[in-house]
Design a protein around this ligand. Structure first.
Ligand code: FE2
Length: 326
């Protein structure tokens, strides 16, 4: 028996299949990003055009037929409304047609859980960094076990800052790995550094970096902005580690693919004897396998939902999710 998961919160449509915590397939179709950025209705059209094919090819790769599927998971949020709607509808159709449970999954929980699972961690602190989110998170609480947010961005996600900077600096494609490449060989110039307790902000840094493009090379500015932003994330994470006494740290989400960020977090962990881990890049990008993995945990721990309660929530916060599995 297997569980299928559909992810459609942003520009990537993902369909994954898992069985007993093992990933059998992880299919992705990514909307081609152009200068106009992400227009939700256009991305949703792309997902509509690809969802059937992605489901079929995930099942083929997993060597599983729809009749063998035990439950269907989908991303409830957070994300872009029209895009979430496509995955929601596809998942509902499968659930009704095959008479199997439908499970609404929080996208951030999924990134965190798959990284935790792959590293075999028990109770990690997590730095979740993506386009739309940047949060320092850890498990808390009985009887309402949930992921508590110790600190987070007070404006935009760090990934959003990197993508925005890339566009303003004319770097193509406009995302974080292009900024990282442009930063090679750069020298540090002074930039605003803002950490408030365990929260942080990125818009001031972005505005300052874009303005400094008039005086300094793209390499110097890209390097300095990246170093400043990642140092802010490391400071907040280190403070949260000291506060919570957690002995494991994971970094997850799209920006967790950054080698420099991983290197800096590793040095924080080494200084305190803390275990550090992350998932392979295919699970830091948006993907269906992580949705299927969490759906399987929800299923096994007894969660069931009426179809009418399975909607979407563009602002579905991780700290509102009840965690019913260990
Ligand atoms: Fe994501």
């Amino acid at each position: 028996m297997a569980v299928i998961g559909i992810e459609s919160s942003a520009h990537t449509l993902g369909v994954g299949v898992v069985a007993d915590g093992r990933v059998l397939a992880n299919e992705m179709r990514m909307y081609p990003i152009t200068d106009e950025g992400i227009i939700p209705s256009k991305v949703a059209d792309f997902h509509v055009g690809n969802v059937r094919k992605a489901i079929s090819s995930a099942l083929r790769k997993a060597r599983v037929s729809l009749e063998d599927i035990e439950a269907v998971g989908y991303t409830k949020g957070p994300g872009l409304g029209p895009c979430l709607g496509v995955g929601n509808l596809a998942a509902k159709s499968l659930s009704m047609k095959y008479g199997v449970p439908l499970l609404p999954v929080n996208h951030a929980v999924a990134h965190l859980e798959i990284a935790k699972h792959i590293n075999g961690f028990v109770d990690p602190l997590a730095l979740y960094v993506s386009g739309g989110n940047s949060q320092v998170i850890g498990m808390e609480g009985e009887p309402f076990r949930h992921y508590h947010i110790y600190g987070e961005t007070l404006d935009i996600g760090v990934g959003n800052m990197l993508d925005n900077f890339a566009r303003k600096a004319g770097l193509v494609p406009s995302w974080g790995s292009t900024v990282a490449k442009a930063a090679e060989g750069g020298r540090y110039v002074q930039m605003p550094y803002t950490v408030k307790g365990m929260d942080f902000t990125f818009t001031g840094l972005l505005t300052n970096a874009v303005a400094q493009l008039n005086e300094h090379s793209v390499a110097d500015v890209a390097f300095s902005m990246q170093e400043t932003a990642f140092s802010m994330l490391c400071e907040a994470t280190e403070r949260a580690l000291m506060l919570t006494n957690k002995r494991e740290l994971i970094v997850c989400g799209g920006v967790a693919q950054s080698k420099r960020l991983r290197e800096m977090l590793l040095s924080v962990c080494e200084a305190h004897g803390i275990r550090f881990g992350f998932a392979p890049n295919e699970y830091n990008a948006d993907n269906g396998a992580m949705i299927a993995l969490v759906a399987e945990r929800m299923l096994e721990s007894g969660q069931r939902y009426a179809i009418g309660d399975c909607g979407i929530n563009q602002r579905y916060r991780i700290d509102s999710v009840r965690i019913t599995w260990r």
